[in-house]
Design a protein around this ligand. Structure first.
Ligand code: IMP
Length: 425
């Protein structure tokens, strides 16, 4: 049975949630494997809008098991609140959610540290989501973090370990901001309240995933963020702190390369980025404003307006190569309806040279000027199209150009937020 990976092919916010929901109609389990509550998308449940940050998009399919894998960093308070929101909208969550004992806890002091470090960086900040992601992964790498399995220990042991970690962190934070305060007792009380919800969900998720694979169940591994925010391969330091590629999927849920049957890269029909860092095809003109308004490009997690620009085939080629995309899904094609001319970057001009690869150095990337292909747009609406034949010829041509320039076949298009506003190619 297939074990498919779904990954962001740009800077995050590609509309992965909708594609995972669409694909999960037939799957037995959806697994998240990296990141934490920095991700986010809005689900419409029984007419109500619910924002999810940690729980995989498969939550909308009642038969589907949902798993938070070992590579994630999980804020127990955010998870508690998210479960409450989804359950009050009528979804069963706890009956089918499993959370890895090996995932690391994001604790209130990580969020405080994230904010203080951003302040220290001043105008040159990364523009993080403020969810404590970088500090939690830093503690994990430094072997100073707390795995969620701690919440299965006795109350006395949990208290002792959490208190010791918080006090150690407070000393460190005082070197950043001497006046910083953290009420450790209040923090303990709140975290233990969140832990009560989490405790029954904890298990060895790598073992569970292998049980599912051995039983020939169909699994979807759902990435968060996107390849260009990858800690190793993105424009460091303007990246997130996890691996957003197929490699991250393997490490973050404990499966092997041979378990993966396909890798679906998701890319918007244009580009967006939130937070700081180089973005070669960014548009500072009316076209950028038009994309933001037509695409409703405002972050689900922070509400920040997203920076918008033309499709960057250099960047998506880089993502495709890193993760071995076997197919592409292009989202938000309808946002391009009505543009007379569309542009796609196929190369960059960099220090007097034309290059076709995505530079690994973020200063070099910042100096790159896109070389564009100009493509005729279409005036008709694509919102109601449900097959390739119904699409305007110019839209089909645009998709064909993306396919050729990225070098990966496009198998799916999204032309609206609803589940059925999807075209299989
Ligand atoms: P962090 O992941 O909160 O540390 O933020 C690091 C960078 O990644 C910032 O530029 C964020 O805006 C960006 N980022 C993190 N998560 C997402 C996401 O889900 N979508 C888009 N950008 C994100």
């Amino acid at each position: 049975m297939p074990c498919r990976v779904v990954l962001g092919g740009q800077w995050g916010d590609e509309g992965k949630g909708k594609i995972v929901d669409y694909l999960s109609a037939s799957v037995d389990a959806v697994v998240r494997f990296q990141g934490g509550a920095n991700a986010g998308h809005t689900l419409v449940v029984g007419g109500e809008r619910v924002a999810v940050h940690l729980v995989p998009s498969g939550v909308l399919r009642p038969e589907c098991e949902i798993i938070l894998g070992n590579g994630m960093v999980v804020d127990p308070l955010a998870l508690r609140d998210e479960i409450a929101g989804l359950e009050s909208a009528g979804l069963d969550v706890r009956g089918r959610l499993r959370v890895s004992t090996a995932a690391h806890a994001v604790l209130p002091y990580h969020k405080l540290q994230d904010q203080l470090e951003e302040q220290r960086r001043g105008g040159g900040g990364i523009g993080t989501t403020g969810r404590g992601i970088g500090p939690a992964y830093a503690d994990k790498a430094a072997r100073a973090g707390l795995q969620l399995g701690i919440f299965l220990r006795s109350e006395a042991e949990m208290q002792k370990r959490l208190r010791a970690a918080a006090e150690r962190k407070l000393q460190l934070l005082r070197t950043l901001a001497p006046d910083v305060e953290l009420d450790v007792d209040a923090m303990l009380e709140e975290v233990l309240d969140g832990a009560a919800v989490l405790r029954p969900l904890l298990c060895d998720t790598a073992l569970r995933i292998h049980e599912l694979l051995d039983a020939d169940k169909e699994i979807l591994l759902e990435g968060a963020q996107g390849a260009l925010l990858d800690l190793d391969h993105g424009s460091y330091p303007f990246v997130t702190s996890s691996s957003c590629t197929t490699a991250g999927a393997l490490a973050g849920c404990g499966v092997a390369p041979r378990d993966i049957t396909s890798v679906i890269g998701i890319a918007k029909a244009y580009s967006t980025r939130v937070g700081n860092g180089p973005f070669p095809t960014e548009l500072a003109d009316g076209d950028g404003v038009r994309l933001r308004e037509a695409g409703q490009e405002f972050g689900t997690t922070t509400g920040r307006p997203r920076r918008c620009g033309w499709f960057d085939a250099v960047a998506v080629r880089h993502a495709a190569r890193l993760s071995g995309f076997t197919e592409l899904a292009i989202t938000k094609l309808d946002v391009l309806d009505g543009f007379e001319v569309l542009r796609v970057a196929d190369a960059y001009r960099c220090n007097g040279e034309t290059i076709r690869h995505f530079p690994s150095d973020s200063d070099l990337l910042g100096a790159c000027v896109p070389e564009y292909l100009e493509i005729e747009g279409w005036s008709q609406s694509t919102c109601e199209c449900r097959s390739a034949e119904e699409l305007p010829a110019a839209a089909r041509r645009y998709i064909q150009i993306l396919e050729e320039r990225v070098g990966v076949p496009v198998r799916m298009l999204s032309v609206g937020p609803e589940r059925d506003a999807t075209v299989a190619l």
